[in-house]
Every structure is written in C-alpha cells, then in structure tokens.
Write a protein of this length. Structure first.
Length: 238
C-alpha cells in the first residue's frame, strides 16, 4: 500500500493537523480509571464478548482435558489476530459502496463505521454493533453443534478469539477517551489509532495490535505522511 508523503513544504505538520482537527478527547470524556471502567462496562458489546468467552471456556473445560495442542492453538490465534483485525478494518469497515445502475450496494457495518469517523468522540459508535455479535456468536454455536470429533480444539480457538475481541474493544475504547493506563504499549496503540482518525484514514489500520501494520507497511512515520481530507467521511459521499 502506497504511503502519501508530505514532501510539499506547505503541507501541514502532524502538530498543525492536531490543531486543525484535535486529537484530544472532549472535556467530558472519562478522566480517571474508575470513570473509564464504569463507562466501558455499560456497553452491551463488552458483556456479550465476556459471556461468550466464559461460556466457550467452560464448555471447553468439560469437553476434554487441556493439552499442549490447546497452548499451540492459543498462540496461533494470538499471532493471526492482528492480520484478521487489519483485513476486517480495510475490507469490511472501510467498504466503499458500489453503484449498480439505480442500486447502491452498502451495508450497515461500514455505514456505522463511517459515522464513527464523522463523530470520533461519540462513544456510541466506538463499540462493535450488536448484530455483529449475533452473527459471530451464532455462527460459532452452530459450528460447535455441527461437529463432534474436533469440538474441543474448536472451542479453544473460539475462546482465544473472543478474549482477543474483548481486548480489541478495550483498546479501541481507550483511543477515544481521555484516560489511559500508564503503559507504553497502550500509549502507542492510542496514538496510532488517533493518527488513523486525524492524519490519514488509509493508514494505521491496527487497533488492539500493530503487528500487521508493521509487516504490511501501513504504520509509517507520521511526519512523513500528508494530512488526508477523508478522515471524517472516508472520501464517501452519501
């Protein structure tokens, strides 16, 4: 993926961009750990992911004894998740509507994500929509009921995926509030996600993890990137 570079001396710097389109949350954003956690736990997405994780993990524990393969599967999911996150963000959340004659092909999920870019500090648009949980959790349940021999390993994969999804929600939420844990990892994730919102919407696709951006070259030095005009509407009208 090509990186728009700020070679023109008249282009705004990252600091100038932040002043034009502030990267700092509004004054009423949660400012303490207690406030942040109170707001986070009010959102249905968090409870759905947690309930799914607890249910799948409990099912796994009664299905068969844990072994080395479970550890290997958890590590594999951990390694693959950044790339899943990257692909979903690029190709699903930033899906561009297709016009076929009188018909416009678009979907609810990318529409809500465009609303998220238009109102980045509105926490209503930060969390995964509930219909996505219905589809994902429902699909998981159906696949588990349809198999028998490989069910324990599938349960391990789903448990690892769901806890990664919960972490995704946490990191994404942190990027859109004032309070942050005092950890360098989260500071970087928050900073790069705000670059995605306020510097260039086609870069810094990783949210909870940045590995895919590093491998795929989509996390450049922000000082070398020209400010995009599409951060709030993704270049999509209507």
């Amino acid at each position: 993926m090509s990186v728009p570079r700020a070679t023109d001396p008249t282009m705004p710097t990252a600091q100038q961009t932040a002043r034009v389109n502030p990267m700092r949350p509004p004054a009423d954003s949660p400012r303490t750990a207690a406030q942040a956690l109170a707001v986070f736990w009010r959102h249905p997405s968090v409870w759905l992911l947690l309930a799914g994780f607890v249910g799948v993990t409990g099912w796994r524990l009664v299905e068969a004894p844990l072994g080395w393969l479970d550890v290997a599967l958890v590590v594999a999911v951990w390694a693959v998740f950044p790339f899943v996150e990257w692909v979903v963000h690029v190709h699903m959340l930033h899906f561009r509507p297709v016009q076929l004659g009188r018909w416009r092909i678009d979907f609810y999920l990318p529409r809500t994500h465009r609303r998220h870019h238009a109102e980045p500090w509105n926490l209503h648009w930060v969390f995964i929509p509930r219909h996505v949980h219905v589809l994902v959790l429902g699909g998981m349940l159906l696949s588990l009921l349809a198999t028998d021999m490989g069910r324990p390993w599938l349960l391990t994969i789903y448990a690892a995926f769901l806890i990664q999804g919960l972490h995704y929600e946490w990191v994404h939420y942190l990027a859109h509030i004032h309070w942050q844990p005092r950890l360098a990892y989260y500071a970087r994730r928050v900073r790069e996600h705000r670059y995605h919102h306020f510097r260039h919407e086609r870069l810094w696709w990783g949210v909870s993890r940045g590995l895919a951006d590093v491998w795929l070259g989509t996390a450049p030095d922000v000082k070398a990137v020209a400010r995009s005009d599409g951060t709030t509407d993704l270049g999509i009208k209507g």
